[in-house]
Write a protein that binds this ligand. Structure first.
Ligand SMILES: C[S@@+](CC[C@H](N)C(=O)[O-])C[C@H]1O[C@@H](n2cnc3c(N)ncnc32)[C@H](O)[C@@H]1O
Length: 267
């Protein structure tokens, strides 16, 4: 009887020992697992919270996506079917892009990112200005980039790089760009806050962002309302990502030429 009780106690003792060893080993793993679960949940929660903090929704307008950022509805994206329009012959007469190029004051070795490059209309005007540098043509539509690659071969241009971004991220290397230019593009970015942050990250300290946007203040500009922007709106959106206002130059027939700078003390 006593023997049986002893053997039972020994078994229980061994079981307890094994249990504690297992618990001791498992506990840190369980702790790590719990922390991982919590961080995944938290990340999901924060990204939703971030998105909710920056954007709201409304009934989509005719040329809008129903998503509102800092009081403006974001416009629909211009598809690759508009390449003919982007490359139209009378664009010089209507918008004077040659004046834009003159006003950019680029060093020959500058790195320029043409964000929302489309068919590359501006990338090809910019490339001769930076013979020792390059133009990075960024877009989210591979068809646009394919068009640029074909045109590069045809025109024998060596200093344009095509670069596929995502709707939220330019995927540009940090602090590598002297000038980011957006021609008639920013108003259609479906994640303007994230895109602007990503552009700022890609700029060198002291680097510039130049916007060409159809003048939103001017009802006589014959462009759909959501494809235009006001100086006040662009400046507020740039300020929100830490960019400094530099100037507005009024020399174009229907567009604003707006300049912002990344502070030199921002790496
Ligand atoms: C109206 S087109 C302008 C093209 C060119 N800048 C021009 O003026 O000829 C706008 C371009 O922005 C691109 N786009 C839209 N969202 C973008 C994003 N998040 N990142 C990069 N490009 C984007 C579209 O794919 C489209 O090619």
């Amino acid at each position: 009887m006593l023997k049986r009780a002893h053997s039972k106690m020994r078994k229980w003792g061994t079981f307890r020992l094994l249990f504690f060893i297992a618990f001791d080993h498992l506990f840190p793993m369980l702790r790590i697992f719990a922390l991982l679960c919590l961080s995944i949940l938290a990340t999901g929660h924060f990204s939703h919270a971030d998105e909710a903090a920056h954007y709201s929704t409304k009934e989509p307008s005719r040329d809008g996506i129903g998503k509102v950022y800092m009081g403006r509805e974001i416009s629909q994206v211009v598809s690759q079917h508009a390449i003919g329009w982007l490359e139209r012959r009378d664009r010089e007469g209507e918008e004077k892009p040659s004046l834009v190029i003159e006003n950019l004051e680029l060093a020959p070795d500058a790195v320029v990112a043409d964000i929302g490059a489309g068919s590359g209309y501006f990338s090809f005007l910019l490339a001769p200005l930076v013979p020792e540098g390059k133009v990075v043509a960024v877009d989210i539509q591979q068809e646009m980039l394919d068009f640029i690659e074909a045109k590069k071969k045809l025109k024998k241009v060596g200093n344009i790089e095509t670069h596929l971004g995502t709707i939220e991220d330019t995927k540009l290397e940090a602090a590598t760009v002297d000038l980011a230019i957006m021609v008639d593009a920013y108003h259609e970015f479906s994640y303007p806050r994230e895109m602007a942050e990503s552009i700022v990250e890609g700029l060198k300290p002291g680097g510039r962002i130049v916007f060409l946007e159809y003048r939103g203040e001017d009802p006589s500009v014959p462009i759909k309302p959501l494809h235009k922007m006001t100086i006040k709106q662009v400046t507020a959106e740039m300020k929100a990502v830490g960019m400094e206002f530099v100037e507005v130059r009024d020399f174009l027939p229907i567009q604003h030429f707006l300049v912002y700078r990344k502070p030199s003390n921002n790496p």
